[in-house]
Ligand binder design. Structure first.
Ligand code: DX5
Ligand code: ZN
Length: 216
C-alpha cells in the first residue's frame, strides 16, 4: 500500500470541504496543500486562512503543506497555528534552511524539504538526518496538470539508497504529473507518498483514482 496525498489545488473550490472528505473517505492518508506566493513560483493559490478553515472542519486530517514560497521561515508559526501537520519547504527558497527546519520543528510540525527538477538530491545531504520527508518535484512547481519528468526517478533511487546508508527515517514523496502510468514507476523507484492533483480530482471517479494509487 502506498500513501496518497491528493493535491487539493485541483479540487473544486466551491465545494472544497466535500472534495477533501471524499478523498479521505477513499483512503487518502494526507491532503496535499499547495501554497504559492506569486514570487517563488509564477502563480498564487491559497494560504493560512483556507487551511485554518479546512482544519476546523476536518481536524483529524494530515495536512501535508507544500510551501512554494520565497520566505517560509516567517510562516512557520502561522501555518502551524492554522493546522499544518507537516511543512514542506523548498531548498531553493531565500531563507536560511537550518533556521527554517528549526522553526518548523519548534512549532510542533513535521518538516520536509523539497527540490525542484533542476536541483540535485546531493544538495539535501546536510539536512537529511533531520527530516521527516523529502519531496522530489517531477514538474516545475507552480501549476497542476503538467507532464511528469522522468529525471525524478533517478533522484528517488538515490535518496532511497542514501536513507538506507544513513539509517535515516524520512519518507520519500513525489509531486507533479503522477497518474496511473507514472505512479508505478515512482513507487518502483522508492516513493512512499504519491501526490496527485489532476489524476484524482480530474478523474470521472476521484475515489476510485485514490484507491488505484493507494493499491500500488
Ligand atoms: C505543482 C504542485 C503540485 C500540483 C500537482 O506546483 O506542487 O502539487 O498540484 O498537480 P498534478 O498532479 O496535476 O501534476
Ligand atoms: Zn505540491
Amino acid at each position: 500500500m502506498t500513501i496518497v496525498s491528493p493535491s487539493i489545488l485541483s479540487a473544486d473550490f466551491t465545494k472544497l470541504g466535500a472534495d477533501c472528505q471524499m478523498v479521505l473517505d477513499a483512503g487518502a492518508q494526507m491532503l496535499h496543500y499547495d501554497v504559492m506566493d506569486g514570487h517563488f513560483v509564477p502563480n498564487i493559490s491559497f494560504g493560512v486562512p483556507v487551511l485554518k478553515s479546512l482544519h476546523k472542519g476536518m481536524p483529524a486530517a494530515f495536512y501535508d503543506v507544500h510551501l512554494m514560497i520565497s520566505h517560509p521561515l516567517a510562516y512557520a508559526e502561522p501555518f502551524a497555528k492554522a493546522g499544518a501537520t507537516l511543512q514542506n519547504f523548498h531548498l531553493e527558497c531565500e531563507d536560511d534552511i537550518q533556521a527554517t527546519i528549526d522553526a518548523i520543528k519548534a512549532q510542533g510540525c513535521k518538516v520536509g524539504l523539497t527540490i525542484k527538477p533542476g536541483t540535485a538530491p546531493e544538495a539535501l545531504s546536510p539536512y537529511l538526518d533531520q527530516l521527516d520527508l523529502v519531496l522530489v518535484m517531477s514538474v516545475e512547481p507552480g501549476f497542476g496538470g503538467q507532464k511528469f519528468m522522468p529525471s525524478a526517478l533517478e533522484k528517488l533511487r538515490w535518496l532511497r539508497e542514501e536513507r538506507a546508508k544513513r539509517n535515516a527515517h524520512f519518507l520519500l514523496e513525489v509531486d507533479g504529473g503522477v497518474d496511473d502510468t507514472t505512479a508505478p514507476l515512482c513507487v518502483e523507484a522508492g516513493a512512499d507518498i504519491l501526490v496527485a492533483g489532476s489524476a484524482v480530482f480530474g478523474a470521472a471517479d476521484p475515489a476510485a483514482a485514490v484507491r488505484r494509487l493507494a493499491a500500488l
